[in-house]
Design a protein around this ligand. Structure first.
Ligand SMILES: *[C@@H]1O[C@H](CO)[C@@H](O)[C@H](O)[C@H]1NC(C)=O
Length: 347
């Protein structure tokens, strides 16, 4: 070997692993649920994996979120959306993958589950995908395969997989709506009646694609249903805001509206804008014959800006829970037993 090749070899050996390590999360790494721990960032810094304090509570959500924009929107969450107490620990384990422990470190609250082979390292990818890579370089586990309420560009919703809406803006446990690619090939939006679940499952949107088998969010920001004959049923309008200049996401919001949002990557006071949404009119799409509608019982649904529903109690009624605008309304008066025409507050 010449001096030069030796030199080159050393240089390559030195630089190559360093380059990999710069964006990978080595085994044994951990995150602690508090205000100080820095999250695991993707190489560009666009996405973070870490604990996020939810509102002013002393509780944290282990999640993936946009790290550069003011509205650090959450795109994926662990542990079924349940919050964990301050001091909880997430750590990367070679056999168990990512595990979430209680503050004492004893109890496992959540984990990525059986992953077949040994983990070599983890990566917070620039697409927003958190990936566990095996010793043979294969992908053992990825957050993209277990979506919560949001799909990202380059992510695919496979048949029978779901997006489930959260309960409210800052309450991440499963709510009343889900999006599903059915095995019959149709993409549907469904209301589920909790806690009895299956009793009242009712579709409020069905795209009737028939032979669809995947919902694809491609790398150009276009969302389409891929059919078995390779045809595409495109849901996105033809002009998609540039994917290099904007973040894109498809979220099933807690109010049941499936929305494609985009947001400029440049920092500043920008907000999420709506590119398209489904269904066209959720107030009409969800009728009151099964359980309550988008709004609770006796609460009237109106369509606002961007196809968003807002709820208003009729005259003479008020919210049962004043903090939940989407909840049920009750009559302000207390009907007495001997009142004639009881239960008809319009008279
Ligand atoms: C990681 O991101 C790159 C683009 O930044 C993409 O090409 C690659 O497929 C992603 N890998 C995984 C496992 O998500």
């Amino acid at each position: 070997m010449t001096y030069f090749t030796k030199y080159l070899l050393v240089l390559v050996l030195l630089i190559f692993p360093l380059h990999i390590l710069a964006q990978t999360i080595p085994l044994g790494s951990s995150l602690i649920a508090n205000d100080e721990t820095t999250p695991w960032l993707s190489q560009s810094g666009d996405f973070a994996f870490g604990f996020k304090k939810i509102q002013s509570q002393n509780q944290f959500l282990l999640c993936i979120y946009y790290a550069k924009i003011k509205d650090a929107t959450i795109v994926w969450y662990a542990n079924g959306g349940n919050l964990v107490p301050r001091g909880s620990i997430a750590e990367l384990n070679p056999q168990k993958g990512l595990i979430l422990r209680d503050p004492k470190g004893k109890m496992i609250i959540w984990s990525t589950g059986r992953i077949g082979s040994n983990v070599a390292y983890a990566v917070m990818n620039d697409t927003g995908n958190f990936v566990l890579v095996g010793v043979d370089s294969s992908v053992l586990w990825e957050s993209f395969r277990y979506p919560t309420d949001t799909l990202m560009p380059t992510q695919i919703l496979e048949i029978n997989n779901k997006l489930v809406a959260r309960k409210s803006e800052s309450f991440f446990v499963p709510g009343r709506f889900y999006l599903r690619m059915l095995s019959d090939g149709n993409l549907v939006l469904v209301t589920q009646s909790k806690p009895t679940n299956f009793d009242y499952d009712a579709e409020y949107y069905n795209n009737e694609a028939n032979s669809g088998y995947r919902l694809v969010f491609d790398e150009f920001g276009s969302v389409y249903i891929l059919k078995r004959n390779n045809q595409r049923l495109v849901l996105t309008p033809p002009k998609v805001p540039s994917i290099s200049e904007n973040y894109h996401r498809l979220s099933l919001d807690f109010d049941g509206v499936l929305t494609h949002y985009y947001h400029p990557k440049s920092t500043g006071d920008q907000k999420w804008s709506t590119l398209w949404s489904l269904p066209d009119n959720i107030c009409l799409a969800i009728l009151d014959d099964v359980g309550s509608g988008v709004c609770g019982f006796n609460n009237v649904c109106n369509l606002g800006e961007n196809q968003r529903p807002y709820c208003e109690c009729p005259k003479g009624y008020s919210l049962i829970d004043p903090n939940n605008k989407y909840g049920s309304c009750k009559p302000k008066f207390v009907p007495s037993c001997d009142e004639f025409g009881q239960g008809n507050p319009e008279e």
